[in-house]
Design a protein around this ligand. Structure first.
Ligand code: 3PG
Length: 230
């Protein structure tokens, strides 16, 4: 049983913290939501207006999800505003590199957070507060470290540069019986998206190719997602 002191309680973030029972299910709910949408656009928003406008177009185009990366100053506000305008959207924070970023993501209203690598401190903090966190891996040793930390959904990054679909299949095979899921990103485009989505362990794929928010590109991605729906 977890017992919080008054000081520890005061440090808990203000955002979407769930009840203890829901916390256990949080990552499974996010896996289910990402597996339903199948493609998670990775956004690098240069301004709040531009980032929110892309989220509007993603929802209009039938792709109601985004990983909004903490690579720009606008990210937090994009998460906040897009979550307000589109409650149907599954919105995550990306490039979450430390526990301060994690708390910024929660405060802004993100439903999950993603990182390019696996920082055990961030994993532990996310688990302490019951917030879904998806760390990045690209080797068997990193997968085993993440498994040891209790991670259920892993970002395979950088997917193409690490060996692409063939590498992912080889990486997934020894851990298949454990039921872990992957979200590959890095070099994924319409031309290779379906090959990744055909790997049974892949919940969803992500990429910045949708960052410009071009309606035709979104429509094409939404069609791929539909064709590859689980
Ligand atoms: C990420 O953070 O997931 C990557 O920047 C996405 O890679 P891409 O730009 O090759 O799509």
């Amino acid at each position: 049983m977890l017992i919080f002191t008054a000081a520890a309680l005061a440090r808990l973030p203000r955002g979407k913290l769930s009840e203890p029972k829901e916390r256990t299910n949080g990552i499974m709910d996010i896996i289910a939501k990402l597996a339903a949408v199948r493609i998670v656009p990775v956004l690098v928003a240069e301004s709040v207006e531009a980032g929110v406008a892309v989220c509007d177009r993603l929802c209009e185009g039938g792709l109601p999800a985004a990983e909004i990366t903490f690579r720009t100053a606008a990210a937090e506000e994009v998460i906040r505003e897009a979550s307000r305008r589109h409650p149907e959207m599954t919105i995550g924070a990306g490039t979450v590199l430390n526990t301060a970023d994690l708390h910024r993501a929660i405060d802004a209203g993100a439903s999950f957070a993603v990182a390019p690598g696996c920082n055990p401190k961030v994993v532990a903090e996310a688990q302490r507060i019951g917030f879904p966190f998806v760390p990045g891996i690209c080797t068997p040793s990193e997968i085993e470290m993440a498994l040891d930390l209790g991670v259920k959904l892993l970002k395979f990054f950088p997917a193409e540069a690490s060996g692409g679909v063939a590498m992912l299949k080889s990486l997934a095979a020894p851990y298949r019986h454990l039921g872990i899921r992957f979200m590959p990103t890095g070099g994924i485009k319409p031309a290779n998206a379906e090959a990744y989505l055909a790997v049974p362990e892949v919940a969803a794929i992500g990429g910045t190719w949708l960052n410009a928010g071009d309606p035709e590109t979104i429509r094409e991605a939404a069609e791929i997602a539909k064709r590859c729906s689980k």
